[in-house]
Design a protein around this ligand. Structure first.
Ligand code: ADP
Length: 510
């Protein structure tokens, strides 16, 4: 239960934190007055801007094409009416033809290169057409000055470009100012009367300022929209990831309860059935002591199984909650491991399994928690015994390697397949999980072994050949603490040791 509480609180804490960050981020983006492009999106923003501008330029071009054609028809039809007013119509006529040629050329180039996207080229093409539009407007305005004294074509041109196309501040300043200077020069050449000239200059300057404001507003609006979309997308992805993790936690929780219920129910069922059989046996006339002993043994063994399971659960929940403590003392690891190994020899006598202990060194004192070392070795030995058939062999070997003390528990048992080797240290992983499996277990043992070894600052590995056997090697750092040596730590604990072995070996049935 503790483990689940830990998982859930971990999950909730980290996800709540994530949500808080996400909301803050969204808030920041939505409340910011001027959009700010972050480094990671700079390239993408430039690309989107160019693509949108290009689309708009194409529309602008087509509109201009239509206007040009219409004006050409007007030029041809009404040439005689306007001829009296100087040579303005003739200029317009040629001007329209030239701009028609430019626009058609531009559209053809864009059509030809439609399929191969090139950001730099597309950007350049946008500038080209924007300039064509603006100088077309300048030309139109200067000409209509002769005809009607109006310069509104220039105003429409720069305002239209500023609103339709997204220009960075630098682009918009340079385009607007250059066109303004050229237009003023044109005006200077064409208008002789100073008051009219000054009024045209003031009007154009106001329109330039308005265009600049419009351009800025549309550019930052576009940038803000872009960033908003990105934030929403990021938040959506984060939400999806959180959702996925929550599902995983939920699955973990369900699996945990399913596993635990099964592991608890099995020994309880056995104990309950054995108690009923004892009851029947006691009540029956031909009472059999042998049967009674058998049922009592079943009760004892399954009680040990329950104790082992509960002990393991308490330990892994403590490890998860990082409150599990190891009490290190300086002790002789050689005699510790040898004692543990030898004390289980009685349990395997009737299985005809040969148990051999071997060491490279006579004595090696390191800082470790002997209780935990006992649990590690007993866990590995109980697995070795469980998965090794009769007449098999189990070797326990201790050797030194690069500032590490290595302890290997090797068996000639059924072995572990390659894909399972990576998983067996995870909780509740059992190679054979079927109800009809021949060996009992909860799938917690190796995950506990791994945690205990890691708490000592060591590591555990497995190598195995399916059908030939497995070797588990755990290594402990060769370090000492400031403490007196306790070399015969287990010598007075033989009764407790028997109990502990009974508990660790409770999954093994004769
Ligand atoms: P269990 O309580 O089921 O033994 P463990 O975590 O100790 O749980 O082991 C997980 C699984 O690893 C076992 O169910 C078994 O399939 C496999 N395993 C562990 N040790 C051995 C071994 N020595 N030989 C073959 N398989 C092993």
């Amino acid at each position: 239960m503790d483990i689940m509480v830990k998982y859930s609180s971990d999950c909730l804490n980290s996800d709540a934190e994530r949500m808080r960050r996400m909301l803050k981020h969204i808030n920041e983006v939505f409340s910011s007055k001027s959009g700010v492009i972050t480094e990671e999106y700079k390239k993408e923003f430039e690309k989107t801007k160019t693509e949108t501008n290009l689309e708009r330029c194409k529309i602008m071009c087509k509109m201009l094409l239509g206007i040009d054609l219409a004006l050409l028809v007007v030029d041809v039809l009404f040439k005689s009416i306007f001829t009296n007013k100087g040579n303005a119509v003739v200029n317009l006529y040629y001007g329209h033809i030239i701009s028609l040629i430019f626009i058609c050329l531009w559209l053809i180039v864009m059509k030809v290169n439609e399929k191969n996207n090139n950001h730099v080229r597309d950007n350049l093409m946008c500038y080209v057409i924007i300039n064509i539009v603006i100088y077309w407007a300048v030309f139109m305005a200067l000409n209509s000055l002769n005809l009607s004294g109006q310069i509104s074509a220039y105003f429409m041109g720069i305002l239209g470009v500023s609103i339709c196309v997204y220009l960075t501040p630098l682009e918009s300043y340079s385009i607007l100012l250059t066109s303004f200077i050229i237009f003023i020069c044109g005006l200077g050449l064409m208008v002789s009367e100073n008051t009219i000239l000054i009024s045209h200059i003031i009007n154009s300057f106001i329109v330039i300022i308005v265009s600049r404001i419009a351009s800025r507003a549309s550019y930052y609006n576009f940038l803000k929209n872009f960033m908003n979309k990105k934030t929403i997308l990021e938040s959506k992805n984060e939400l999806e990831a959180t959702n996925l993790r929550l599902r995983e936690y939920e699955k973990l929780r369900t699996d945990f309860f399913a596993n635990i219920s099964h592991e608890l129910r099995t020994p309880v069922n056995v104990i309950y059935s054995a108690e009923q059989m004892i009851d029947v046996n006691l009540k029956s006339e031909n009472f059999e002591q042998e049967k009674l002993n058998k049922y009592l043994k079943m009760i004892k063994q399954n009680s040990y199984r329950l104790i082992r399971l509960i002990n393991n659960l308490i330990d892994i929940s403590k490890i998860d909650a990082t409150v599990f403590e190891i009490k290190r003392v300086n002790c002789d690891i050689v005699s510790t491991v040898e004692n543990i190994t030898m004390s289980v020899s009685d349990y395997i006598e009737n299985r005809n399994i040969l148990l051999i202990f071997d060491t490279e060194v006579e004595e090696k004192v390191i800082a470790c928690d002997p209780d935990k070392i006992e649990r590690i070795v007993l866990n590995l030995l109980s697995n070795a015994i469980k998965f090794t058939p009769k007449d098999g062999e189990i070797f326990v070997k201790l050797y030194l390697k690069e500032n590490q003390v290595c302890i290997s528990v090797k068996d000639t048992g059924i072995g572990i397949s390659e894909e399972m080797r990576e998983l067996i240290f995870d909780r509740f992983i059992q190679v054979d999980k079927s109800i009809s499996r021949s060996r009992e277990g909860s799938g917690i043992g190796l995950s506990l072994v791994k945690s205990l070894v890691e708490l000592h600052g060591g590591s555990v590995q497995v190598s195995s050949v399916l059908g030939q056997g497995s070797e588990f090697i755990f290594s402990l750092p060769d370090v000492l603490i400031e403490d007196t040596v306790k070399d015969n730590y287990f010598s007075n604990l033989s009764d407790q040791r028997v109990d502990r072995i009974n508990i660790e070996f409770s999954d093994i049935y004769d």
